[in-house]
Write a protein of this length. Structure first.
Length: 342
């Protein structure tokens, strides 16, 4: 029988790519979103890519416990992938309570419903931010977590703990997987879904594409005096389609009873570091466009260098990142042009 996966925050950047990959892998998907940080563009794109007009979409807020219980009653769901959360680091410093309330409450409501239902699987979208500035790179899942620098980061650490404690207390009734994403970038090759930042982008790649298309005057490269080969920060940029596929591997592992522990953790990255400057240059080269940039002071709270050791995900889940940085940056540019109607 076909299994059904609920994707909370399924109309957003990563959620929409995951919805596509789940459907293409043969799952039924229920998308739920409150559209607080996205519009209907990506959901419409998902329908076009998959050729499925009948994907259930529930407009709801996961902080509303009654609404969460209702969606669990209304659909025969076997697993949930939880994305519904706020994600702007700077904003979380300004408005910590908004972040703690939304990100923790929504997840606890999901866990409560999962616990009530029983025999349930929860996949949580965590972040490499839980490692802070690591003492050693690449980081494995055993690398110690560090105290979070921002309330946003802290919500990821706290949600990891909440899931682990809930799984432990449920004695096998609730199972969990934590995926720690490195830096998700790019867009679907169809250019029908991608990242849609509201206002001025915080993240590097949307800022690059918006500068290249002329929406922003100049990209600031935050710091060129770090102790790295070219002085700019080092990151593990992971293609969003590769990242989305990791969710399919993880959900399948849960539903097929292949987990080795009731709560598992996987790093989702390429394993290859790239500097901010190298990324900008690669973008210019592969797309044949100029990105106007300047060197700016370091951004407070930035990590110098982090990349994944993805061996566990490669060997245990059988998932591996396959898309090249050129393909990824070409897709990001195609998406920006699509948005501009070009
Ligand atoms: C941040 C979050 C991470 C989150 C990710 C989402 C922290 C510490 N980091 O990662 O949890 O999952 O966003 O993708 O919580 N840069 C510039 N100019 C810009 C923008 C960025 O030079 O205009 C540089 C940054 O200094 C950094 C790199 O590009 O070195 C990547 O930045 P960004 O895309 O914002 O991601 P992170 O800060 O790594």
């Amino acid at each position: 029988m076909k299994k059904t996966v609920l994707v909370s925050g399924g109309a957003g950047f990563i959620g929409s790519h995951v919805t596509v990959e789940l459907i293409e892998a043969g799952y039924d998907v229920v998308v739920a979103d409150n559209f607080s940080n996205c519009d209907h563009t990506c959901f419409e794109g998902v329908k076009k890519i998959t050729g499925r007009e009948d994907i259930p979409l529930v407009e709801m807020d996961f902080c509303d416990a009654a609404a969460v219980k209702k969606i669990f009653r209304d659909y025969p769901i076997d697993a949930v992938i939880h994305f519904a959360a706020y994600k702007a680091v700077g904003e979380s410093v300004e408005k910590p309570l908004m972040y703690y309330k939304n990100n923790l409450l929504s997840f606890m409501n999901v866990l409560e419903a999962a616990q009530e239902k029983g025999n349930f699987n929860v996949l949580f979208s965590s972040s490499a931010t839980v490692y802070g500035e690591p003492d050693k790179v690449p980081v494995t899942e055993k690398t110690p977590r560090k105290p979070a620098i921002s309330p946003y980061g802290n919500t990821k650490t706290m949600c990891e703990d909440i899931l682990q404690d809930t799984v432990k207390a449920s004695h096998g009734s609730v199972k969990g997987i934590l995926l720690r994403y490195f830096n998700p970038i790019g867009a679907h090759p169809s250019a029908l879904i991608g990242e849609l930042p509201r206002g001025v982008p915080n993240n590097l790649v949307p800022f690059i594409t918006q500068t290249a298309i002329g929406k922003r005057e100049c990209l600031s490269i935050f710091g060129d005096d770090y102790p790295t080969p070219d002085g700019t920060g080092l990151r593990d940029f992971i293609d969003v389609v590769d990242l989305a596929k990791a969710h399919v591997f993880a959900v399948t592992r849960m539903l097929e009873g292949k987990m080795k522990k009731d709560c598992e953790i996987f790093n989702i990255g390429t394993g290859t570091p790239l500097s901010v400057m190298e990324l900008v240059k690669a973008f210019e080269k592969v797309n044949g466009v100029k990105v106007n940039y300047r060197i700016a002071p370091r951004r407070p709270g930035d990590i110098i260098a982090i990349w994944a050791d993805p061996t566990l995900a490669n060997e245990e889940m059988g998932w591996k990142a396959t898309r090249s940085i050129e393909e990824t940056l070409a897709a990001a540019w195609a998406w920006e042009k699509h948005l501009a109607g070009k």
